[in-house]
Ligand binder design. Structure first.
Ligand SMILES: *Cc1c(COP(=O)(O)O)cnc(C)c1O
Length: 363
């Protein structure tokens, strides 16, 4: 038998979450964000399954090419912009859409020889409405839009922005960003887009023409608070491994690297074949739950590269080869993230390439 760690991906749950996105999108078109290998779930498998998505969002041309090579038919949008002018030729050939969020990208496209007038490019032009990471100021946006349209290289422009505090519903920042966005795009008669998962679920005034859900598709809660009762998202990834050792350890002994964790009383310590080399968070603290036989056992000792150790004192029947759920359908990834000083996005995207993904619900 090979190393028992695996990430089971439930594509039906992703489909269900996508339907929830559609149901709450006020009729806006839905771009399913599948960057970072669909937040660790496998971009090609997810994109093939979401046949009703209106577009897919990725972070790089490599991610876009992967989807295109796999025969994904919907438009693929380069949300991270264009990093080098050479990309424009590929964008033109493969029919990708791209975000332009700075002057260098704009000049790169306008000067590019192989992207001729009449190519029918769709450009997502980004306004910096207050996040101050990417995007044009309001005045720059209006100028950039005018130059793109005048160049004849662009068939359509989608005006877009990104929200900094949508994960805290009712935050004044969102209101301010919306105000700036509306001012910047007041002369833009094309499509508009600003909502991520959090805004999609909690702020209908942000929906406009396109919503861009990511984390919610994978069952992750996009909010810093609990989701409202009526919103039910289903976790799509269940990360499991198995107990490979179970041993009695005496009170006063320590467990793991550094000898930092000491047994307050005699207990049974289980060793699970998973570690930070698989993407289990190294900073998960003692007490972080894992599920064994449907019960919660507590992480003890430091997370190492290939193994973790757990206290099985409250699960007397636990034995070698038992399956252990690290997070997933029965243990929310948000709980593990909170115990590791991290967030669901980080844990899901961090599951490493050595963890085999097993797909269910692909029919
Ligand atoms: C990643 C990303 C999203 C999706 O955000 P979630 O919080 O995962 O829904 C939307 N828009 C842009 C521009 C992004 O980069």
């Amino acid at each position: 038998m090979s190393r028992p760690v695996q990430a089971r991906i439930n594509l039906e749950n992703i489909q269900y979450n996508f339907s929830t996105a559609v149901a709450h999108a006020s009729g806006a078109r839905v771009m399913a964000v599948v960057k970072a290998n669909a937040y660790g779930h496998g971009a090609v498998a997810v994109a093939r399954h979401l046949s009703r998505a209106d577009a897919f969002g990725v972070a790089s041309i490599e991610e876009a090419i992967e989807l295109n090579d796999a025969g994904v038919a919907q438009p693929v949008v380069l949300l991270g912009g264009v990093f080098a002018s050479e990309e424009w030729a590929v964008i033109g050939q493969r029919g990708f859409q791209a975000v332009i969020h700075n002057q260098a990208q704009l000049e790169g496209l306008l000067a590019h020889r192989t992207v001729a007038a009449g190519t029918g490019l769709v450009i997502w032009l980004k306004v910096d409405t207050g996040m101050h990471r990417l995007g044009f100021t309001e005045a720059e946006f209006i100028r950039a839009r005018g130059r793109l349209l005048a160049s004849g290289k662009v068939a359509k422009i989608v005006a877009m922005s990104h929200l900094a505090c949508a994960d805290e519903p009712g935050h004044s920042m969102t209101e301010g960003q919306l105000r700036r966005f509306k001012r910047a795009v007041s002369g833009h008669d094309g499509a508009k887009s600003i909502a991520n998962s959090a805004a999609l679920l909690t702020s209908p005034e942000t929906h406009f023409d396109w919503v861009r859900p990511g984390i919610m598709l994978y069952g992750g809660n996009p909010l810093v608070e609990a989701l409202p009762e009526h919103l039910n998202l289903l976790p799509a990834m269940t990360l499991t491994s198995r107990l490979v050792e179970v041993r009695e350890v005496a009170a006063g002994e320590t467990v793991g690297y550094g000898g930092q964790w000491r047994l307050p009383k005699r207990s049974r310590i289980g060793t699970v074949a998973i570690g930070y080399g698989d993407g289990y968070p190294r900073h998960a603290r003692a007490g972080t739950p894992v599920l064994v036989r449907g019960k919660r056992a507590a992480l003890v000792g430091r997370v190492s590269m290939d193994f973790i150790t757990v206290d099985l004192g409250r699960i007397p029947d636990a034995q070698v080869n038992d399956e252990v759920e690290l997070w997933g359908e029965r243990l929310p990834v948000e709980i593990v993230a909170a115990n590791a000083g991290s967030i669901n996005y980080d844990l899901l995207t961090g599951v490493s390439s050595r963890v085999p993904r097993k797909y269910a619900g692909s029919g």
